[in-house]
Structures are given as structure tokens and as C-alpha cells.
Design a protein around this ligand. Structure first.
Ligand SMILES: Nc1ncnc2c1ncn2[C@@H]1O[C@H](COP(=O)(O)OP(=O)(O)OP(=O)(O)O)[C@@H](O)[C@H]1O
Length: 244
């Protein structure tokens, strides 16, 4: 399986702090790769470094065979990478429709949005259709996540980076989100998904990379980690049965 995205020996400094210490990571085409690890392990910094929001001080980032480290963020986005940050970047006062329109670079009105694509997104995220004319701020936490992901996908993308979509959501809502992302997975979109919720990771991941202290300390099949409670405990500090 070829890697759509590859990081080799990536170091990132934020000001005087040395945060990433040589990250090696491969994201295979058409699969969901989970990026796990304890708080502060460097997961968000890795996504931001891929997007060019932090500059890698050393190492290479290759997307579709082309080096992208050091390129400006709009250039990286233009190549087909979309980023859904943890705070989602939704405009609360604008309607769901307006939020989507803003993300559609080539559409000035809803009528100009690719209708087939819009229907596809409505199918994946029914809340987006249901609350089309509502202010986005009125949506629940789970619905906002779905809107944020729909925004990232309003134009065809080759790689989605999603940062902890389950954060702060009630378990029933997490379940809805898992269902929606399962649908997305069926479309073979390539996804790199940061998560702390192990149930979500198990439900969605094909591959997994685990970070600790600014490095990837484990990578492999998600199923192998899901089947190995000792390894989960060692890598993630999960107490047995927790987060399941
Ligand atoms: N803007 C910043 N300035 C200084 N240090 C930062 C900054 N952003 C992150 N860090 C530090 O970098 C380290 C990695 O943070 P990062 O957010 O990448 O971790 P994470 O694995 O995503 O964790 P979390 O799940 O808590 O978000 C942490 O020690 C954090 O305090």
C-alpha cells in the first residue's frame, strides 16, 4: 500500500520549545490512520506541522511524492489536504449553509455548489441538511463536528486531518459521530485522525501510530493494538476496560 503522506525525522520547535523530536509517520492511501497518544504527546503539533502552520525545523514531509515542508499553508491546502482543528473553526453567527459556502472556494452561492457533492455530504451528515438555515452556534457539539468535517469536504480532498472530533461529546453523540465517519471510511477517503477515545479509534482505524514525547513510538494495524490490552496499557496508559 503506497503512502499518500510521509513524515521522516520531523522536528518542530515552537518558540524556544522543542516539541517534535523526529516524527516518522506514513499515511497509506485510502485508509484511516489513527494518531493516538497521551495529552501533550505532540499529536496536534504533528497535524499543524503537516499543514505548515508550524514550520518543521528538520526532516521531510512528503505528500503524493512531493516535498511540502516549508510551503505556505494555502499551497498545502491547494494540493488537497484539509484540516479540521480541535476548535473546528465554525462561525457561530452564520448559518450552516453560509459556513459551507465559505468553505467552497469556487461557489459564491449555494446554487453554485456542486449539488451532487452536497447531496453526498447531506447523506453522510444528515444534521447539516436538517439545520441548513440555522445559525451554526445553535447546533449541538456533535452536530458542529459534523458541520466542521462537512466543511472540510465541500470540495474534493485527497487527505483529511481531523483533530480529536470526540472531545467533550457525550457517549451517545460519539456513537453518532462514529457512524458518520464509518460512512466516510466506506468512500475510501484517506484520513489521519487524532483521537483519545479508544472506542472510536478501534471502530474506525485501519492503521495506528502512537506518539509519546514528540515521537512515534509504535505503528501498525489498529486491530493488532485493539487485541493487545497489555500493549494498550503500556503505550496509552489505558486501564483495562476503560475508554472501551
Ligand atoms: N503554542 C505553544 N507554545 C508552547 N508549547 C506548546 C504550544 N502548543 C503546544 N505546546 C506544547 O507542545 C506539547 C505537545 O502539544 P500537542 O498539543 O501537540 O499535544 P497533543 O498530543 O495534541 O495533546 P492534547 O491531546 O493535549 O492536545 C505540549 O507539551 C504542549 O504544552
Amino acid at each position: 500500500m503506497s503512502a499518500l503522506l510521509k513524515l521522516q525525522g520531523v522536528h518542530t520547535h515552537i518558540g524556544q520549545y522543542h516539541i517534535l523530536h523526529g516524527v516518522d509517520l506514513e499515511v497509506p492511501t485510502g485508509q484511516v490512520t489513527m494518531l493516538l497518544g497521551r495529552n501533550g504527546a505532540g499529536k496536534t503539533t504533528t497535524l499543524r506541522t503537516i499543514m505548515g502552520l508550524w514550520a518543521a525545523s528538520q526532516g521531510t514531509v512528503t505528500f503524493d511524492g512531493q516535498p511540502i515542508a516549508g510551503k505556505p499553508t494555502p499551497d498545502i491546502a491547494q494540493r488537497g489536504i484539509a484540516y479540521v482543528p480541535e476548535n473546528m473553526g465554525i462561525f457561530s453567527d452564520l448559518s450552516v449553509k453560509e459556513n459551507l459556502l465559505l468553505a467552497a472556494r469556487n461557489a459564491g452561492t449555494a446554487e453554485q455548489m456542486d449539488t451532487q457533492r452536497l447531496e453526498w455530504l447531506f447523506g453522510l451528515f444528515p444534521a447539516v441538511k436538517k439545520f441548513w438555515l440555522y445559525p451554526a452556534g445553535k447546533l449541538s457539539g456533535g452536530q458542529k463536528q459534523m458541520l466542521a468535517i462537512a466543511r472540510a469536504m465541500v470540495e474534493p480532498r485527497r487527505l483529511l486531518l481531523i483533530d480529536e472530533p470526540s472531545k467533550g461529546l457525550a457517549p451517545a453523540i460519539v456513537q453518532n459521530l462514529i457512524e458518520a465517519l464509518r460512512e466516510l471510511k466506506r468512500t475510501q477517503t484517506t484520513v489521519l485522525l487524532v483521537e483519545q477515545n479508544f472506542a472510536m479509534a478501534k471502530a474506525l482505524g485501519d492503521r495506528v501510530a502512537v506518539m509519546d514525547d514528540g515521537r512515534v513510538v509504535h505503528h501498525g494495524a489498529m486491530q493488532a493494538l485493539a487485541d493487545d490490552e497489555d500493549l494498550q496499557h503500556r503505550l496509552l496508559g489505558l486501564s483495562l476496560g476503560a475508554h472501551q
